[in-house]
Design a protein around this ligand. Structure first.
Ligand SMILES: Nc1nc2c(ncn2[C@@H]2O[C@H](COP(=O)(O)OP(=O)(O)OP(=O)(O)O)[C@@H](O)[C@H]2O)c(=O)[nH]1
Ligand SMILES: [Mg+2]
Ligand SMILES: [Zn+2]
Length: 328
């Protein structure tokens, strides 16, 4: 019948067939089916057993790409049932929709996140970038900011981009300016990805899938034109999927995000997630300073002296006033 395999942790007999239990990594999540790579390298299509709730988080996707799971399947069958979702080392989460109280976990167990942004075609706001950054700060996931499509920018847009990168570099985030189209600086990105699990995120149409194809053309991921009417992408990638790079490492391509709603943290902790504020907040007069209206606030002073970029502070104010009202 069945020989013992190293990775089988338990065996049960279910009528004619043996039921095997394996552990593995979720490579793809389409909502109801999950592609799981068993620790023996074999892929299984898995479903989730019953209703699953993890860690009290209300999530539209209880199983995320990057999750480690235990699943069982019948011998000689590559269809499995996920029984256990193992604790996550970290994850990136956002509100599933603007008004929703549910969350959507973009990916988990990451070594790095790569946020692809564009100054135009489509435009990525710094508000969007900063919401992503503060979310990644929760688990100290390093973020690489990648500004793509530099082949398209005017001189004025390039000046703006250089200023933006100078600010983020100073704060502590690595920035790269690339053109997937012209193959510019792609090799720099490749060196970041070696032996890591990296999430790639950003608005629709910024070139996430195109970048992955450039790094490894064998993936042949679907890419889509930008709408000339709306100057936005058309949501070409529809589910998150992990790809094993031939150069070593894994990259998780994800569908474009329209808005990045902050999920599940307290307003009081927001300033700590801005590294340039975190470094200065002990100098505020009040220990519970919100950095919005208090006197002798070291943050406001640093903004006045241009030591903290005005747009970063504005984004902080915006998040405090918009994201944390209405019972977030
Ligand atoms: N000019 C120019 N176009 C680019 C560049 N990179 C990507 N594109 C184009 O931008 C369009 C969108 O690229 P995709 O890779 O589909 O974008 P995406 O971020 O994966 O979008 P979603 O899957 O919808 O989230 C495609 O037509 C690409 O050819 C670039 O560096 N320069
Ligand atoms: Mg895509
Ligand atoms: Zn303050």
């Amino acid at each position: 019948m069945c020989g013992f395999k190293i990775l089988i942790s338990s065996l049960q007999c279910n009528g004619q067939n043996f039921v095997m239990e394996y552990s593995g990594l979720v490579f793809r999540s389409t909502g109801s089916w999950y592609l799981v790579r068993g620790d023996n390298g074999q892929f299984f299509e898995c479903r989730l057993r019953g209703q699953y709730r993890i860690m009290g988080i209300r999530s539209t996707n209880p199983v995320a790409v990057g999750d480690r799971v235990t699943f069982e399947h019948e011998e000689n069958d590559n269809i499995g049932v996920i029984k256990i979702i193992h604790d996550r080392k970290n994850f990136i989460v956002r509100k599933s929709t603007k008004l929703s109280k549910a969350s959507h976990i973009i990916a988990s167990n990451l070594d790095m996140a790569l946020l692809v942004a564009t100054i135009d075609h489509p435009r990525t706001s710094t508000g969007f970038i900063d919401r992503f950054l503060v979310t990644a700060e929760a688990y100290h996931i390093p973020v690489l900011l990648v500004f793509n499509k530099i082949d398209l920018y005017t001189e004025k847009q390039m000046t703006y981009l250089n200023e933006l990168c100078a600010v983020y570099l100073e704060v502590g985030y690595d920035c790269q300016q690339i053109s997937v189209k012209n193959g510019l600086n792609i090799s720099k990105i490749e060196t970041y990805l070696k032996e890591k699990i990296t999430l790639i995120s950003g608005h629709s149409g910024v070139g996430k899938s195109a970048l992955i194809n450039k790094i490894d053309p064998s993936f042949n991921l679907k890419t889509g034109e930008i709408s000339s009417v709306h100057n936005k992408g058309k949501h070409t990638t529809t589910f998150a999927e992990m790809h094993a790079l031939s150069t070593g490492g894994w990259i998780v391509d994800t569908p474009g995000i329209k808005e990045f709603g902050l999920y599940d943290f307290e307003a009081e902790t927001l300033a700590q997630r801005f590294p340039e504020m975190r470094r200065r907040m002990s100098e505020c007069r009040f220990t519970n300073c919100t950095h919005l209206h208090e006197p002798d606030c070291a943050i406001k002073l640093a903004v006045e002296k241009n030591e903290i970029a005005n747009f970063r502070y504005k984004n902080y104010q915006n998040m405090m006033l918009k994201d944390f009202t209405n019972d977030n």
